[in-house]
Design a binder for this molecule. Sequence first.
Ligand SMILES: Cc1cc2nc3c(=O)[nH]c(=O)nc-3n(C[C@H](O)[C@H](O)[C@H](O)COP(=O)(O)OP(=O)(O)OC[C@H]3O[C@@H](n4cnc5c(N)ncnc54)[C@H](O)[C@@H]3O)c2cc1C
Length: 256
Amino acid sequence: MKSKRFNLANISKSLGLKKTYFASHVFDSRIDAGFDQDKSYKKVWQHFKGWEIETEKPVFDPEVFTMMDFRLKWKDSTSFTYVLPNKPTRALIEFTFFAPFFIPAGDYDKYLQRYIDQFLKVGKYTIKNVEQGIIPMSDYPFHQHHQKNITKIGTGGGWVRPSSGYSFRNSSRYVKQLIENIKSGRSAHQGITRNRFRTYDTIFLICSRIIMKWVNHYLLRCIAKTPFSKFLSFLMKRPPFLKMPGLFPLLKNGHF
Ligand SMILES: Cc1cc2nc3c(=O)[nH]c(=O)nc-3n(C[C@H](O)[C@H](O)[C@H](O)COP(=O)(O)OP(=O)(O)OC[C@H]3O[C@@H](n4cnc5c(N)ncnc54)[C@H](O)[C@@H]3O)c2cc1C
């Protein structure tokens, strides 16, 4: 579908596959082509595959989930496994990457299988559902593609948190704000994604708690750049404050 502003009468025109639509305002969740073309921003992909498995024996505790298990890792990458049980015999096992590269499709399955065999050891199981996704985590200024009558939303609007790849919380907040803006006659996207702060979002909140106020834009750009695993393991371990200076040389040498 293509969208463009219809010069006369301030109406947006969207060309669908079969039909042309006219509206006074279009909400567009497609990622702008500029995102692929622009190499000046950092891009990390959260890509993953998950199996929802059912075991013969009750082996899971539905009250306990595993957020990021780093025991099984794809070499030189930030990769980890989630285990999200919803019944004693059922859980979603997800092998996830935060990486600037992709892997052969079949390799997710190998790692899921390996994780279940080596770490979960749940005995016999069957795969009930499969889910897979790729989420861009980037400091790209998605907001620059808003137009007067075309508001970018979702991933294409920069609603995904660059540090975590999550968007649901932002989506519910931003939709509310969007509706309030429209009701009040303001520009629909006003105050929604202020790019200057968007990048800082989760990373900054987490970092500022543990590595104080010197966390700056340079660090944030570096985080998205290369071995994110180093930074994440740093975050996970939460070293004491006195050990913090150890991070400075890494920053200086561009290791992050
Ligand atoms: C398996 C999986 C699990 C996830 N789990 C979580 C989670 O737990 N928490 C979280 O915060 N995020 C999660 N995410 C990420 C979250 O789903 C996405 O970040 C979010 O849905 C992005 O919203 P969006 O509006 O950009 O895209 P979508 O939700 O994909 O919506 C885009 C819509 O536009 C339609 N569309 C696309 N192109 C066109 C076109 N040319 N013409 C017409 N229609 C079109 C699509 O069909 C789709 O319905 C998960 C993603 C996946 C795949």
